[in-house]
Design a protein around this ligand. Structure first.
Ligand code: ATP
Length: 295
């Protein structure tokens, strides 16, 4: 295991004209750690990754990959493998040819493991990449990255084109990378995905780091949105554990529910309820509820 952190940023800041895309980010990913970067659209996730890859220059602050300045692209890219959100491949080459090309230019590859990943991701490497779907292009990039011995994997929304079975393969491969002592920085919109694979999650909103916490602590972000339509007198939810943000109007009751629903259901059971819907809020809603005042 390496002594230096895989990623270290201090006061990392990027302005585009008057727009502050990233504002004073302090982030450390330890060697062997899997860290998620979570945030709604425009939060600054891609900007962070572009700065770490040396694709953009910081307005202020520093970004290091294992103590190498991220702007020293030649040295830094020997230490990392990157999967972009939108994978572009050479259309006339087959998947196999591209995997060989990427293996020859990257920081070294475990060919046996790569073949295993091709099988597990159900990738047909004999087809030209021009005929691949978005998901298949993403699989080529993922297989190429996971098969490297790069000590840091930087993955930007890597599963947006994958179906649920392939998402499971992705999660397994991240676990194997961690077991190998590799570090992973995973940028995502999906709370469930980062919860499944990350040790810690950094939450960005409007260019600022609003929270960084080990995954078990994210459970506090989970709450369901409940809507109840009733006739007669309104159910009384005062003091019911887990119930918050109660709104009642015209026979409609809305509230958020965290934790086990038993007490809320007991409180509702005395009322004449005609419909009850429960849904998980989107990440954007969770962020608004939770971090709204800090933005
Ligand atoms: N090249 C650029 N020129 C001007 N503004 C930019 C540029 N790149 C990003 N931005 C702006 O910086 C802010 C952060 O964008 P960024 O792409 O980092 O967000 P993100 O968290 O990756 O969002 P998404 O989930 O939508 O990809 C946004 O307001 C975006 O419009």
């Amino acid at each position: 295991m390496r002594a230096h952190p895989a990623v270290h940023t201090r006061d990392l800041t990027k302005h585009y004209g008057r727009l502050v895309a990233l504002d004073g980010l302090d982030l450390t990913v330890a060697a062997g750690e899997v860290v998620g970067l979570l945030g709604p659209n425009g939060a600054g996730k891609s900007t962070t990754i572009r700065l770490l890859l040396g694709l953009a220059r910081p307005t202020r602050g520093l970004a290091r990959i294992f103590e190498v300045d991220a702007a020293d692209v030649r040295a830094a890219h020997r230490l990392l493998a990157y999967v972009p959100a939108d994978v572009a491949l050479w259309p006339q080459l087959t998947g196999a040819e591209i995997l060989d090309l990427l293996a020859a230019t990257g920081p070294g590859v475990d060919a046996g493991y790569r073949d295993e990943l091709v099988e597990r991701f159900a990738l047909d490497p004999s087809r030209p990449a021009g005929a691949y779907s978005t998901g298949n292009r993403q699989k080529v990039a993922l297989v190429a990255a996971f098969a490297t011995r790069a000590p840091l994997l930087v993955l930007d929304e890597p599963t947006s084109g994958l179906d649920p079975l392939m998402e499971l393969q992705f999660r397994r491969a991240v676990g194997e990378a961690r077991d190998n002592g590799q570090s992973v920085l995973l940028c995502s919109h999906q709370l469930a995905e980062v919860e499944a694979v990350c040790d810690r999650v950094a939450i960005l909103r409007a260019g600022r780091l609003v929270d960084i916490a080990p995954v078990p602590q994210l459970r506090r972000l989970h709450r369901n949105k409940v809507t109840v339509r009733f006739t007669g007198s309104a159910p009384d939810l005062a003091g019911v554990p887990g119930v918050e943000a109660v709104e009642e109007r015209d026979g409609l009751l809305r509230f958020t529910l965290a934790g086990p629903p038993a007490a809320a259901l007991r409180a509702l059971s005395g009322a004449e309820i005609s419909t009850l819907t429960v849904r998980e809020p989107s990440l954007e809603e969770i962020f608004l509820d939770y971090y709204g005042e800090q933005a």
